[in-house]
Design a protein around this ligand. Structure first.
Ligand SMILES: Nc1ncnc2c1ncn2[C@@H]1O[C@H](COP(=O)(O)OP(=O)(O)O)[C@@H](O)[C@H]1O
Ligand SMILES: [Mg+2]
Length: 203
């Protein structure tokens, strides 16, 4: 929960060893199995532009991805319809691509699902469906999802605890330790309020 440019994506990339910390150790490599959904899914479509959705999921998850127990629920919740499965990634809209990539991450076996803005480019109805699919899967598998999300109603629906990022966008950011939802919400809203009062209208 934070403004843009504060370092949420940077934090996620540190967790999956895509970036090296300047000091200290984040998570020793390989100690926790993390399935990561990066913020910018368009990069994946460029990289795999000639693959169909079916081929992409087979590559990301394994050829048997449709026999996974969660597949029917996921396909339904993320609207992965038969015609969509045979489209090439390069032809998908932002929202379609998002749903495919989120499905790919959730189909992988992991202890932690790290999803950076999994509801971006989706309309409100789809956002709710994605949120409920994430929630069901996490509860059924007894695993953890760390979701980066702006929409406070989605955070409220999805989360049992939250991390608030404070600081100045583009300059410095601090990841606060996880707290319960209520404490985190209050902390976040308090800081929004401070920012709001300090800045003149339109400034
Ligand atoms: N590899 C990098 N090197 C230097 N600066 C970066 C790099 N990646 C992101 N930044 C900058 O760090 C800040 C935080 O970015 P990011 O983690 O993407 O924020 P958020 O996800 O919270 O919107 C931004 O100002 C961004 O431009
Ligand atoms: Mg980001």
């Amino acid at each position: 929960m934070a403004p843009n440019g504060i370092g949420k994506t940077t934090f996620a990339r540190l967790l999956v060893n895509e970036l090296e910390p300047d000091s200290g150790v984040v998570i020793p490599h390989g100690e926790v199995r993390i399935s990561y959904k990066p913020q910018y899914v368009r990069d994946l479509a460029v990289k795999h532009s000639d693959k169909t959705v079916r081929e992409y999921l087979a590559m990301a998850v394994g050829n048997d991805f449709m026999s996974k127990i969660i597949w029917p629920d996921l396909a339904n919740g993320l609207s992965l319809t038969p015609p969509l499965m045979d489209r090439e990634l390069s032809s998908l809209s932002g929202g379609e691509l998002q749903r495919v990539v989120v499905a790919g991450s959730l189909l992988k076996d992991a202890e932690v699902y790290l999803l950076d803005e999994p509801m971006a480019y989706l309309d409100i109805e789809q956002r709710v469906r994605v949120a409920s699919v994430i929630r069901r899967i996490i509860e059924e598998r007894d695993v953890v999802a760390l979701v980066i999300e702006h929409d406070i109603t989605m955070i409220d629906y999805l989360s049992t605890s939250v991390m608030v990022f404070l600081g100045e966008p583009g300059r410095h950011g601090i990841a606060e330790p996880p707290t319960d939802l209520r404490t985190g919400m209050n902390e976040f809203l308090k800081n929004q309020d401070v920012t709001f009062r300090r800045e003149p209208p339109g400034g």
